[in-house]
Design a protein around this ligand. Sequence first.
Ligand SMILES: CC(C)(COP(=O)(O)OP(=O)(O)OC[C@H]1O[C@@H](n2cnc3c(N)ncnc32)[C@H](O)[C@@H]1OP(=O)(O)O)[C@@H](O)C(=O)NCCC(=O)NCCS
Length: 149
Amino acid sequence: MSKVAIRLMQTSDLEQVTAIERRSFKTPWDRALYQKEIEENQFAYYYVIEKDNEIIGFCGMWIVLDDAQITNIAIDPDHRKFSYGSTLFQYVLNQAMVKGARTLSLEVRTSNIAAQTLYEKFHLQKAGTRRNYYTDNNEDAIVMWVTLV
Ligand SMILES: CC(C)(COP(=O)(O)OP(=O)(O)OC[C@H]1O[C@@H](n2cnc3c(N)ncnc32)[C@H](O)[C@@H]1OP(=O)(O)O)[C@@H](O)C(=O)NCCC(=O)NCCS
């Protein structure tokens, strides 16, 4: 049976993280941006999920006062649809609550049905639209949020 673990992201993880990032997003964040997030941003919390000691995904959030915002979540394409995204998102939701957040929100592309399905599974609701939010193709973002209890 495979061993699954979730832990805080470290600088030494960034090669694997950015490889998954590039396979997951049209406009990927680069290594320097991740490094700044985990080393300098006091509001940021980034986690990786490992399967048999190999990083297969990650998720980041900012917590400002009692509001948590998901910055990104990705599971490596070879490991999608095996519930790792759900396991990781559940963990991050719990961490947000433990750290005092009362609401959690995020933006998601209107075309990204996989991510919307994941978020709806955890009771996030669609709260509005940001027009032309994504600069690569002018796609709208759906804002989703949930009250944490
Ligand atoms: C979104 C993402 C993290 C989901 O990861 P995952 O490990 O495949 O998710 P899970 O296996 O836990 O699936 C969660 C739910 O979404 C559903 N789902 C997953 N992929 C789907 C797809 N392509 N289409 C429709 N539903 C999908 C699953 O069926 C599951 O629902 P269920 O439990 O009711 O069956 C993954 O698709 C990914 O990394 N995408 C690219 C990056 C991205 O778009 N991130 C989100 C940015 S806002």
